[in-house]
Design a binder for this molecule. Structure first.
Ligand code: SF4
Ligand code: ZN
Ligand code: ZN
Length: 321
C-alpha cells in the first residue's frame, strides 16, 4: 500500500510537481496552500478589494469561486460577487448556467448574468452563422474570447469591481504562451505578464489565482470537495488552435514531465520583457464605443462592424461629433 508522504495514511493520488504520494486531505491542503501562495506572490488582491469572479460553471471557475469564498472569509473588508456571461451556445451554455446559478446561490453571493444576445444583438451561434463565407471570418473561439473579455470588463467596472478573478489554470497559461509564440504574436505575450498593471482606469485589473495549478489537480480537487460543475465540452472547442496545442503539450509531457511549469516560467520571463518594452504605448479611446484600446477602433467593434452588428455610419457620426 502506497502511503501519504506527509501523514502516513493511505495515499489517494500523487502531487503533480513533486510526484509524492499523498492522501486526499493532504492533497487538498497542498492545493489550497499553493493557490494562496500564488495570490501572495503576484500580489493579486488588496485587503479591501471588491472582487468580481468571472464564472462559467465549468470546473476551473467553480473551484476558483469556492476557494476565493473560503479565503475571503479571513478578509472582512473585501467583497466577492459573480459575473457570468451567456454567450448563447445551444445545448451547452444553458446547462452550465443552471450549475452556475446553483453554486452561486449556495454561497449566497450576488450574481449578475449578461448575454451576448442583449449586449451585441446576436448569440455566439448566430455570430458563427453570420460569419460563414465572410472574408475576415474568425474561429468561433476568437469571437467568443474577444466579445466575452470586453463584456466582463465593462460589467465589472459598472458593478464597482476593483479586480476581476478568472479561472485560468497552468495548462491554459502554458497553451496561451505557446499559441502566441506559434503565431508570432509578441504583443499578446506581454498581455500575459502576471504583474501587469492596468493602463487605463477604464480597465479593471484581472488576476488568475489558479495559474500555477494544473487542470488535472483542479478536477481532482473538485471531486474530492464534491463540487458540482458543468462537465460538458463546448461544441466549438474542437475547432480551436488551443485544442491542437493542448494535445501537443500533453504528448510532450510524456518525455518532459514538467513541460507546463517550464512553459509558465518561460512565460513569466519573456512576458515581462515584452511588457516593459510596450509599457510606454499610448492608450486611446475606441472611436465607436469609447472603451480603451491601443488602436483607433477596439477589437470588439472591429468584429461587430465586420459582422454587420454595428452600423458603420455610427463610426462617421462619432467622428463628426
Ligand atoms: Fe467560447 Fe471557444 Fe470556450 Fe466555447 S470553447 S466557450 S466558443 S472560447
Ligand atoms: Zn496525508
Ligand atoms: Zn470599440
Amino acid at each position: 500500500m502506497l502511503t501519504c508522504k506527509f501523514c502516513g495514511k493511505r495515499a489517494s493520488t500523487i502531487l503533480t510537481d513533486t510526484f509524492y504520494p499523498v492522501c486526499k486531505e493532504c492533497f487538498m491542503e497542498h492545493f489550497e496552500k499553493k493557490v494562496i501562495r500564488t495570490i501572495r506572490e503576484y500580489k493579486m488582491f488588496d485587503y479591501n478589494d471588491r472582487i468580481a469572479v468571472a464564472y462559467s460553471g465549468g470546473k476551473d471557475s467553480t473551484v476558483l469561486l469556492h476557494l476565493l469564498h473560503k479565503i475571503e472569509e479571513n478578509f472582512p473588508k473585501s467583497e466577492l460577487f459573480v459575473i457570468t456571461i451567456d454567450e448563447g451556445i445551444k445545448g451547452y451554455r444553458d446547462d452550465a448556467l443552471k450549475v452556475a446559478r446553483e453554486n452561486v446561490k449556495e454561497l449566497g453571493l450576488e450574481h449578475h448574468i449578461f448575454s451576448f444576445k442583449e449586449l451585441y444583438g446576436a448569440t455566439l451561434d448566430e455570430i458563427v452563422e453570420i460569419s460563414k463565407g465572410r472574408k475576415n471570418s474568425l474561429k468561433p473561439c476568437s469571437y467568443c474570447g474577444i466579445l466575452r473579455r470586453y463584456a466582463i470588463n465593462v460589467a465589472a467596472r459598472e458593478l464597482g469591481a476593483t479586480k476581476v478573478a478568472t479561472g485560468h489554470n497552468l495548462d491554459d497559461e502554458a497553451q496561451s504562451f505557446l499559441i502566441n509564440l506559434l503565431r508570432k504574436d509578441i504583443r499578446r505575450i506581454g498581455h500575459l505578464y502576471p504583474f501587469k498593471d492596468v493602463k487605463s482606469e477604464l480597465f479593471v485589473k484581472r488576476v488568475k489565482p489558479l495559474r500555477k495549478v494544473s487542470e488535472r489537480d483542479i478536477v481532482l480537487y473538485a471531486y474530492f470537495k464534491d463540487l458540482k460543475f458543468h462537465e460538458v465540452t463546448c461544441p466549438y472547442a474542437s475547432y480551436s488552435v488551443r485544442n491542437f496545442v493542448r494535445k501537443f503539450i500533453n504528448e510532450v509531457s510524456q518525455v518532459i514531465p514538467n513541460v507546463r511549469q517550464n512553459l509558465l516560467k518561460s512565460l513569466d520571463y519573456f512576458s515581462r520583457k515584452v511588457y516593459e518594452e510596450e509599457s510606454d504605448k499610448e492608450i486611446k479611446l475606441c472611436k465607436v464605443c469609447k472603451e480603451p484600446t491601443s488602436g483607433e477602433i477596439c477589437k470588439r467593434c472591429e468584429v461587430l462592424i465586420d459582422l454587420g452588428l454595428i452600423d458603420k455610419n455610427k463610426l462617421e457620426s462619432n467622428d463628426e461629433g
